[in-house]
Design a protein around this ligand. Structure first.
Ligand code: ATP
Ligand code: MG
Length: 250
């Protein structure tokens, strides 16, 4: 990565920017992705660039869902591929999930580049290129998924998903886990499990919980899922933004 000293107070933020820039240069991230990143940064700043206790609880519920799933799938777009490629591969391994490339601005070239990039980071199989399935209720390009990937999944992790698609996926009856720094975005509100945190922190956090829970029995995992409250998680994040304190979590 760039020559950013780790002691820099905004190290993580600068590293993130550098990765997104490199992603655009390498044809992995779209220019629209730069705008999405800017939006995310603003919310991360307001959240204090840290993982809230409520977001960690959501990451734990996400891990339980992924472990309980018959067919979990991790959806990867250009921002996620640029920011956390190796971390997504680790999460797929920890939960037995498939990885599927799914782009808002889909081009054959970018699909290939992202799949290659993920393979370079250790992914054995990358779905999304077949595109023989459709999500009902979306226009043609946005609707494309692999029939044996997201099309067949019972639990889907969609980091930074666009609001329309998040809503359409939710209507399909799949359990939807969304990572989004904006607790007011439609994507976060459509999710069964909204994780209001930076993907850079959230993806490794889900993996850590999954590794800890991998030997837990079904009852324990189902208990974690049942205890999770999506509305309360979103409300806690909003309070943290408005009041800027950990006490706001209580
Ligand atoms: P909608 O209300 O339809 O969901 P939106 O405001 O989310 O629309 P987008 O342009 O899709 O519109 O926004 C990208 C989303 O991704 C923003 O909500 C932003 O907070 C989030 N985001 C961007 N970068 C990150 C990141 N690194 N980690 C987590 N979330 C991010
Ligand atoms: Mg959104």
């Amino acid at each position: 990565d760039a020559d950013i000293p780790e002691s820099h107070p905004r190290y993580e933020s600068l590293l993130t920017r550098h990765r997104i820039e490199a992603g655009v240069e390498d044809g992995i991230t779209s220019r629209q992705g730069l705008i999405a990143q800017g939006r995310g940064e603003a919310f991360d700043y307001l959240l204090g660039e840290r993982t809230l206790p409520s977001a960690d609880g959501a990451a734990r519920a996400a891990a339980a869902h992924l472990l309980l799933a018959d067919h979990p799938v991790l959806s990867v777009n250009g921002n996620v591929a640029a920011l956390v490629p190796g971390e997504v591969v680790d999460l797929a391994e920890a939960t037995g999930a498939d990885i599927e490339v799914n782009l808002f601005n889909r081009t054959a070239e970018r699909m290939e580049r992202i799949a290659d990039h993920l393979r370079e980071h250790g992914a054995s199989e990358v779905k999304g290129l077949t595109a023989d399935g459709r999500i009902p209720g979306l226009d043609h390009e946005r609707a494309k998924v692999d029939a044996d990937g997201i099309g067949d999944a019972d639990v889907v992790l969609v980091p930074l998903e666009d609001g329309d698609r998040a809503e359409a996926l939710g209507e399909l009856g799949k359990v939807e886990v969304v990572i989004d720094l904006n607790p007011m975005s439609r994507s976060a509100r459509a999710a069964d499990v909204p994780i209001v945190d930076n993907v850079i922190r959230a993806v490794p956090a889900i993996t850590e919980h999954a590794r800890e829970l991998v030997d837990a029995d079904r009852e324990t995992l189902e208990g974690i899922v049942a205890d999770f409250d999506a509305d309360e998680t979103l409300a806690a994040a909003e309070r943290a933004i408005r009041e800027g304190s950990d006490e706001a979590e209580a």
